[in-house]
Design a protein around this ligand. Structure first.
Ligand code: PLP
Length: 393
């Protein structure tokens, strides 16, 4: 028998990838599948970004780069954050990462160990809990409630902090709910955290461009009192339709930065050089394709929410960000994962059951509206027929 370490028996997964594989297998058998499952834009990476990567390779940028990323890209990240949010960020605190996930992986590794507690949103991105459990730390779910518009509550979060808490993970705009936490609530959380100077915060801001209704994202970077213990997770995957490029960035305070740089050296050496040049072009170039894509998501948001609210037993609040709707399906009588499976098998519509995002996800489905309006309408039609004709299993 191989003797692997126990941590690997505790590591979890992201079920959206398993559902994607099942949907692809059904499509390969000739089934007509409509995917509202995986969380990635259905747009192409803008052409000038692709060209920048090709040019970089042609210009000979095919070797290792510095482990923390090329300086012009770190400078571009710092200046784009300054332009968007008016915050001062040193390029020395920016680390280029192979996607958004490695930032959560590294941060949770830095703080998680048996005896430590880490707070994370439930429902929330499943990798948070998976990695917390991997480290042996105790995962402490912070409930994210529909009646709060799927914003997190500062009071509820602060009440869960104990002397064992090492790290708090927050995510706004949020996956899987599309919830956006209002500035007043973030102000309150930060004020409360002043009493807990040893607690680190990781703010996952990967959907920061996708905030609707004329609102603006509030970055945790704009709170000086926590900057020395704040990690920011962000990247190009969602904003520039670059999920497959594996390009993200982190902002780390100095001590953590050095740990992260060493982890990078031990793990991946550096991020793919041509992808870094593509990321530079994305930040320096015209933003109109991003603006167009987000306007299109906004339109679809209306379509998906209207359609869901017409389905029997389903209600859906208007999500304020990202590209997800998180309808309440309790009135259908179905358990969420069973409904998601039945919808896929019997109607070809891919959704994800809420429990794949945490215990409090029961009673909800996640729909990604990163698909055409035509397909969204077709999917809603199939869901309506299914729910009208089929009783819960
Ligand atoms: N954080 C959240 C909240 C996400 O939804 C995702 C992707 O779905 C990520 C991080 C990971 O992004 P990436 O694909 O860049 O690793």
């Amino acid at each position: 028998m191989l003797k692997t370490v126990a941590n690997f028996d505790r590591i979890g997964e992201e079920n959206a990838f398993a559902v994607l594989a099942r949907a692809n297998a059904l499509a390969a058998q000739g089934r007509d599948i409509i995917s509202l499952g995986i969380g990635q834009p259905d747009f192409r990476t803008p052409e000038f970004i692709v060209e920048a990567a090709i040019k970089a390779l042609r210009d000979g940028h095919h070797g290792y780069t510095a482990a923390n990323g090329i300086l012009p890209l770190r400078e571009a990240v710092a200046s784009s954050l300054h332009k968007r949010y008016g915050v001062e960020v040193s390029p020395e605190s920016v680390m280029i990462m192979p996607g958004g996930k490695p930032t959560m992986f590294m941060s949770i590794l830095m703080f998680g160990e048996p005896g430590a507690e880490i707070l994370y949103p439930d429902p929330g991105f499943p990798i948070y809990r998976s990695m917390i459990e991997y480290t042996g730390a105790t995962p402490i779910p912070v409930p994210i409630r529909e009646e709060n518009g799927f914003a997190f509550s500062a009071d509820e979060t602060l009440k869960l902090i104990t002397s064992k808490t090492r790290l708090i993970i927050i995510n706004s705009p949020a996956n899987p709910t599309g919830g956006v936490t209002p500035k007043a609530e973030i102000d309150k959380l930060v004020a409360g955290l002043e009493k807990w100077p040893d607690v680190a915060i990781m703010s996952d801001e990967i959907y920061d461009h996708m905030v609707y209704d004329g609102e603006k994202h509030v970055t945790l970077l704009s709170y000086p009192s926590i900057r020395d213990r704040l990690v920011i997770l962000n990247g190009w995957s969602k904003t520039y339709a670059m999920t497959g490029w594996r390009l993200g960035y982190a902002i780390f305070p100095a001590k953590l930065y050095d740990y992260a740089r060493k982890l990078a050296v031990n793990l991946h050496s550096c991020v793919n050089a041509s992808a870094q040049f593509a990321g530079l072009a994305a930040l320096a170039g015209p933003q109109d394709e991003v603006v167009k894509m987000i306007a299109e998501f906004d339109k679809r948001r209306g379509v998906v929410v209207d359609g869901l609210n017409k389905l029997p037993g389903v209600s859906c609040i208007v999500p304020k960000g990202a590209f997800y709707a998180f309808p309440n399906i309790k009135g259908t009588g179905w358990k969420a994962k069973e409904l998601a499976t039945a919808l896929l098998n019997e109607t070809g519509v891919v959704t994800i059951g809420g429990p794949d995002f945490g215990i409090l996800g029961e009673g909800y489905l996640r729909l990604s509206y990163a698909n055409s309006t035509e397909n969204i309408l077709k999917a809603l039609g199939r869901m309506g027929e299914f729910l009208a004709s089929r009783k819960a299993a």
